[in-house]
Design a protein. Structure first.
Length: 252
């Protein structure tokens, strides 16, 4: 048995009096693409944000249960949040390139970490852009403004920026929701290569995308984990009627 990269144990989460997650438990294997799918307000993004403690900044919330990465509870008091967020990168639905050039966007985190050697940063720059499937499109204009890129290119640039820090886990929250079909395909294709090096969790923008990319998939509904199985099974032979109803378009 492969040890899970991430173990979620009995996680419940509240925004004030509203319960967003109800006793979620699941093991996420390493070097795989795990999909969180389901209708809006089901708890998918909340669960994603808890994995790198992004919800720490939200007031009036509380959580019970635990989330372990490599066997260590990331909510233990001795956890270094800056180091955790380096190890667990996150890319959002709306691409948010930083002001500056393509090069400056990718190496920004390295410079914050004190890595300024040009040979080293150039090596990471090419590797990260190549992993994000955008190197061939931008290699001749690395010192051009990042905001001059198309929306699809900007999103892949944001993925490259996360990869430059060599995270162990990559979280993607509807990363192709605003992209054209060609850009969406390029992002999806890059996931198959990236999972060889990283553990990836994605909230997809459609059930079709979920079926295309999932090694395993978790169906969230109204804060509950309804079903969690290999993608090849859950999208063809769901065990739960609620999962089948959602996949076949009866609701959602």
């Amino acid at each position: 048995m492969v040890e899970p990269k991430i173990r979620i144990e009995g996680v419940s989460y509240f925004y004030g009096d509203f319960q967003a997650l109800d006793d979620i438990s699941m093991d996420i294997p390493p070097n795989s693409v795990t999909v969180f799918f389901g209708p809006a307000s089901g708890g998918k993004t909340t669960m994603l944000r808890l994995i790198n403690r992004l919800n720490d900044i939200v007031e009036g919330t509380r959580m019970s249960g635990s989330i372990l990465i490599n066997g260590k509870n990331i909510y233990d008091p001795d956890i270094n949040l800056a180091e955790l967020r380096r190890r667990v990168g996150m890319v959002f639905a709306l691409p948010l390139p930083l002001p500056g050039t393509i090069r400056e966007n990718v190496v920004y985190g390295l410079k914050l970490a004190g890595i300024v050697d040009r040979n080293r940063t150039d090596e990471v720059l090419e590797r990260s852009l190549d992993q994000a499937a955008i190197w061939e499109e931008v290699k001749d204009r690395l010192d051009s403004p990042a905001n001059a890129l198309s929306g699809g290119q900007q999103q892949r640039l944001c993925i490259a920026r996360s990869l430059a820090l060599e995270p162990e886990v990559l979280l993607l929250d509807e990363p192709t929701s605003g992209l054209d079909p060609i850009s969406t395909r390029k992002v999806e294709e890059s996931l198959h290569e990236l999972k060889k090096l990283y553990t990836i969790i994605i909230v997809p923008h459609s059930i079709q995308q979920a079926a295309r990319v999932a090694d395993q998939a978790a169906f969230f509904l109204m804060g509950k984990l309804i079903e969690y199985r290999p993608g090849t099974e859950i999208f063809t032979r769901p065990r739960e009627k609620r999962t089948e109803d959602y996949i076949t378009g009866r609701f959602g």
